[in-house]
Design a protein around this ligand. Structure first.
Ligand SMILES: *Cc1c(COP(=O)(O)O)cnc(C)c1O
Ligand SMILES: [Zn+2]
Length: 415
């Protein structure tokens, strides 16, 4: 494999590719490091990728796994989700070219299948027999489903007040669902303690975190491939821990480095809910670190009050000329509707956040008319139905033409 070691992002100390996530010298986070051969024949590498499986494993060369390219080692084929041109949304916002990366179209309906597939595959290579995670909801769905597909035990820890849809869509897979009385940051703390003495448990976003994080790069790879091996000018991405946001940029950077695509890392716009916006607040106040908050928002999948990758997200937004913005719960609901009405894509609250931030950037005049913008939609609206309950009108009629026409009287329907 091209991955050669784990490396500390703060002090560059190197470690072998094992289940380890923090530097023992400085407590900095560890990241997978690769040594890629320079690509001599770009066309042939592109063709090899294109002839790979219709899932994230077509990018195996850029993922931290041993052995030959697995087709679907996890049973669930994550990735290869649609990138659709959204002209009606662009027009509504006065923008030129907008694309929607619809990651709701994954096996468990969120982008988390990408990160879990990579973490779980690496966990099996390292000999773990049990899966676990601290989740804001979508990770729970995905870990439980991967455990079921592979016949591995799983323990999924969530905040007790999580949306019912996300609880049901987790429990159905026969996992050990554990509702923790507390918020996500409490759940995460408990899992970090548990991971210290559960030696055969792979906590996908704790001791497996460096591998988990690599899965998010595949969003960038797909965007570039789907744009015909070109880069977008700008990406609008949600931020919970900041992992997805920063790894999308890492994916673009790796492909630029090896020569698979030309250009620069796009302008990166991070998106948070106002009720949990530690990174947006630090951005606005010109700080380098985030001050933890207690989340209070309908965007529960993004409700991480103490984001691990906050400082790196701040760096990335600044170095690419982007920003990190936050939007209110009402703007999130409006964002969900705007996306649905203009694209036919129904997203969960996290997608309402990115859509609302796109609208905000457009309103502020931050986006040039010639820019190619990608809006990243990370989860499915059916998982957060309460957010939009009561927000629409329906007609109720008897099964007769008269009743139907009466309901629409004065609106000229069918006339
Ligand atoms: C987990 C999640 C994110 C982002 O998570 P990061 O921790 O920032 O990588 C975004 N959207 C949805 C729907 C999620 O479940
Ligand atoms: Zn270190």
């Amino acid at each position: 494999m091209a991955a050669t070691q784990l490396i500390c992002r703060e002090c560059a100390t190197e470690y072998p590719l094992e289940a380890r996530y923090v530097c023992s010298k400085c407590f900095g986070p560890l990241e997978v490091f690769y040594e890629h051969e320079p690509v001599t024949d770009v066309g042939s590498l592109r063709r090899r990728i294109q002839s790979g499986p219709q899932n994230i494993w077509r990018y195996h060369d850029f993922l931290p796994l041993e052995g030959p390219q697995p087709r679907t080692p996890t049973g669930l084929a994550a990735g290869c989700t649609p990138l659709v041109r959204a002209d009606r949304l662009a027009e509504r916002l006065g923008l030129g070219e907008v694309w929607v990366k619809n990651d709701a179209a994954n096996p468990t309906h969120s982008f988390k299948d990408r990160v879990v597939s990579v973490a779980v595959t690496r966990a099996r290579e390292l000999g773990f027999d049990t899966l676990a995670c601290a989740s804001t909801g979508n990770l729970a769905n995905s870990v439980a489903a991967h455990g079921a597909a592979l016949g591995m035990d799983s323990y999924v820890l969530i905040p007790a007040d999580l949306e019912e849809q996300k609880q049901l869509a987790t429990a159905i897979y026969g996992t050990n669902l554990v509702k923790v009385r507390g918020n996500y940051d409490d759940v995460n703390r408990l899992c970090t303690e548990l991971s210290g003495d559960r030696e055969n448990w792979a906590f996908v976003n704790i001791n497996m975190r460096p591998y988990y994080a690599e899965g998010s790069k595949t969003v960038a790879f797909e965007i570039a491939e789907q744009l015909g091996w070109e880069l977008p000018d700008r990406c609008v991405v949600p931020i919970a821990s900041g992992s997805l946001f920063t790894k999308i940029a890492k994916g673009f950077a790796e492909w630029i480095d090896v020569g698979l695509i030309d250009g620069e890392i796009p302008t990166m716009n991070g998106s948070q809910a106002l009720g949990c916006s530690p990174v947006a607040t630090a951005f606005e106040q010109d700080k380098d670190v985030c001050r933890p908050v207690k989340p209070d928002t309908i965007a529960k999948s993004l409700a991480i009050g103490n984001p691990a990758d906050g400082p790196y997200a701040l760096d990335l937004a600044r170095s690419t000329g982007g920003s990190i913005d936050s939007v209110s719960d009402q703007e999130i609901r409006d964002g969900i509707r705007l996306l649905a009405e203009t694209t036919g894509i129904f997203t969960e609250t996290a997608g309402g956040v990115t859509t609302a931030v796109l609208a905000k950037l457009a309103g502020r005049g931050d986006i040039g008319s010639d820019e190619r913008v990608v809006l990243v939609i990370t989860g499915d609206g059916l998982k957060t139905l309460d957010a939009v309950r009561d927000s629409f009108h329906a007609y109720e009629v008897d099964a007769s033409i008269e009743s139907f026409e009466a309901a629409f009287a004065g609106q000229g329907v069918g006339a």
